[in-house]
Design a binder for this molecule. Structure first.
Ligand SMILES: [Zn+2]
Length: 361
């Protein structure tokens, strides 16, 4: 290891990587690398497309798909799904079959840079971005590439205590702190829609705790609710073998349909949806609390400390109580759903209390 100079990396072909891996498994390897490179000024281009909302055009949902990665899955698939959603929407509007209340925006540009600029360039516009979704590696043929489809959730306590069914990907995640949590309805709302599509199409949908590294990050940094749709690990990712034969039409269709349904539902959300969603989030909360009870019992049997178990239950209770309250962003007048929010929050607190009592036994 050279202590004086900084580490370096090069892109190499899939074949070269495999050869190198094979040699490394037999012991130390010395590699001679001849690099031919060109550094030049280039223009950074971003395409922004708006489908303007009919009644609240200043409020919007943004899909970001980065264009700078040269692979088929990373990220021609994200670019393509966004384009398909845009053209389907244009057709539906032209045929008077659908009309969005809020604006649907598409960003095609450099990963993170374009989204960050879009968020920072115009504070008023940014304040009205209600949802940001990153489409990144969304078309994998899982049987060839590896990892299943994933929704990377907004920071929730599974990124602090990762246990049970929750699992980080090989990308890896840093253990988060409770101050970094972003309680919101978006996680469970999307998971339900994608799981329903999974059930219809016999397609596997999984989730992972927050890890970062894509266009959801600039949104979240600006406090805009955001998730990432992706696949990991794809064994061909960032290699010259990330080609069209690794892409599945069926996956693209599944991601496209579920993304479109999610976006349309959110864009036209109102008091009726908010009320429905409150109950949906509540049942996700109860399910989560029961699962954590199960995990805590296992942890206690393994000699882990009681204090941590109680902290975990409280963290989830707190996260969900706050997530329920975020449904108020769908209505003009909060008083129309205030009672529904409060009674739902009370049921979550009660459930949490019962679980705490069971853990304390
Ligand atoms: Zn990517």
């Amino acid at each position: 290891m050279n202590q004086e100079t900084r580490g370096w990396a090069i892109a190499m072909s899939y074949e070269a990587k495999e050869r190198l891996k094979n040699r490394l498994s037999q012991g130390e390897v010395t590699v001679n690398v001849a690099i031919d490179t060109k550094i030049y000024d280039s223009e950074e281009l971003t395409i922004i497309a708006d489908i303007k909302g009919a009644t609240v055009p200043e409020e919007r949902l943004v899909f970001s798909a980065h264009i700078q990665e040269p692979g088929a899955n990373d990220n021609a698939t994200g670019v393509g799904v966004a384009l398909e959603i845009a053209s389907v929407t244009a057709t539906l509007i032209a045929e008077n079959k659908w009309s969005p209340k809020r604006t649907l925006t598409f960003l095609w540009g450099d990963e993170m840079i374009s989204t960050k600029r879009y968020v920072e360039d115009d504070k008023t516009r940014a304040n009205n971005i209600k949802w940001g979704i990153s489409l990144d590696m969304v078309g994998e043929n899982t049987s060839i590439t590896g990892g299943s489809f994933l929704i990377e959730k907004m920071p929730d306590p599974s990124a602090v205590w990762t246990r049970g069914k929750d699992k980080h990907t090989e990308w890896g995640g840093m253990k988060m702190s409770l101050e970094q949590m972003k309680p919101h309805y978006l996680n469970d709302f999307l998971i339900d829609i994608f799981k329903a599509q999974g059930k219809r199409a016999n397609w596997t949908v999984n989730t992972n705790p927050f890890e970062g590294g894509s266009d959801h990050v600039p949104f979240l940094s600006a406090n805009i609710p955001s998730v990432l749709f992706w696949h990991f690990t794809d064994q061909f990712y960032h290699t010259d073998n990330d080609r069209l034969d690794k892409v599945s039409k069926a996956t693209l269709k599944n991601v496209g349909i579920a993304s479109l349904v999610s976006a349309y539902t959110l864009l036209n959300s109102d008091e009726i949806l908010a009320k429905k969603m409150i109950l949906q989030i509540e049942s996700a909360a109860i399910e989560r609390l029961n699962e954590e009870l199960k995990q805590s019992k296992i942890a206690l049997d393994n000699g882990e400390d009681l204090k941590t178990q109680l902290a975990i239950i409280h963290a989830w209770e707190d996260w969900y109580v706050k997530a329920i309250a975020t449904t108020s962003d769908m209505v003009k007048d909060i008083s129309t759903i205030k009672n529904v929010i409060e009674s739902s929050q009370k049921r979550i607190r009660d459930a949490s209390q019962r679980i705490v009592a069971q853990i304390n036994q």
